[in-house]
Design a protein around this ligand. Structure first.
Ligand code: SAM
Length: 292
């Protein structure tokens, strides 16, 4: 096993990410390393691969690939906008690849979309190598702020209808995004029908104590549900997401928006309203690990 000059785990042209206490790995055959830099916050690499197109890595961990990013971005972008009765303001903390913004701008009823990403270099690198993901950033409703989401959220009260936490794993400067204190601040920043969503890792490769995330959410929000979407590039594929709200049930879709969503979902690769209605029916292990 060799580390090339970019410090990535590459062997015979294969890039590998190790996880689950470094006992399991996923590998991708690569054509080339398109970009590599160390920003103020993390190492940012972009690989060109044979199987999954371009691949964004942060500190050697897979973040976004051309091949499967639509799953993550569509479920995070359309579930809350189809449940909330009248969403006007949305916030994404993290998400510097722009993928969720791309989905939000498809909803004409949204008036403000704020992206608060701690590392502006992630946004710039994504603009250069993932132009489809970042295609929504030029929409006039979108504001991009290079700030720490843990601090930013304290400046907002009763302002956002939807808040998405699209962060890296709960480590270093992202750890604060998985705490009860942070979830309380998010709750204060949400309006009365507010919805919060976050990625919550793989229950079968639980390295962070996923139940703890959900217990923290349940200590703040009356409604806490979970669902899954397959992410080929994430550890073990079986990825989970949390839906938390002040009262709205995620399986109650807003009928007034059906016609508009019928149009939007024609252009989508994963999300549709039938999938949405069934997404919260969980397997036993998913129920056990999340307590949902
Ligand atoms: N969808 C990917 C996943 O689930 O692994 C995450 C993609 S997105 C690129 C993650 C972003 O969260 C990174 O760009 C990172 O800089 C940002 N981030 C981490 N901690 C943050 C914080 N405290 N405030 C704002 N952004 C943060």
């Amino acid at each position: 096993m060799e580390n090339n000059k970019n410090g990535l785990l590459i062997e015979n042209g294969w890039y590998s990410e190790r996880y689950y206490h470094k006992n399991v790995a996923t590998s991708f055959k690569i054509k080339s390393v398109l970009h590599s830099e160390v920003s103020k916050y993390q190492k940012i690499d972009v690989l060109d691969t044979y199987g999954i197109g371009r691949l964004l890595l942060l500190d050697g961990k897979t973040m976004v690939s051309d091949h499967d990013e639509f799953v993550y971005h569509e479920v995070m972008g359309h579930i809350p906008t189809m449940v909330h009765p009248n969403p006007k303001r949305a916030l994404i903390i993290g998400g510097g690849d722009g993928g969720i913004v791309r989905e939000f701008v498809k909803h004409k009823d949204l008036e403000e979309i704020h992206l608060v990403e701690i590392d502006e270099r992630v946004v710039e690198v994504s603009k250069e190598f993932f132009p489809d993901c970042t295609s929504g950033l030029t929409d006039p409703r979108v504001q991009v702020l290079a700030q720490d989401g843990v601090e930013y959220i304290k400046s907002r009260k009763n302002y956002f209808d939807i808040i998405i936490i699209d962060s890296t794993d709960p480590e270093d400067f992202a750890a604060g995004l998985f705490t009860k204190e942070f979830y309380n601040h998010v709750n204060e920043a949400l309006t009365e029908n507010g919805i919060m969503m976050a990625q919550t890792e793989n229950p079968l490769y639980d390295e962070y104590g996923i139940k703890g995330f959900y217990d923290n959410l349940r200590s703040v929000y009356p409604v806490v549900k979970s669902f899954t979407g397959p992410m080929l590039i994430y550890p073990g594929v079986f990825w989970t997401f949390a839906f938390a709200s002040k009262g709205l049930n995620p399986t109650n879709l807003n009928e007034k928006k059906f016609a508009a969503m019928e149009e939007i979902q024609k252009g989508l690769k994963w999300y549709n309203m039938d999938w949405h209605k069934g997404a919260f029916n969980l397997s036993n292990i998913h129920k056990k690990v999340t307590g949902c």
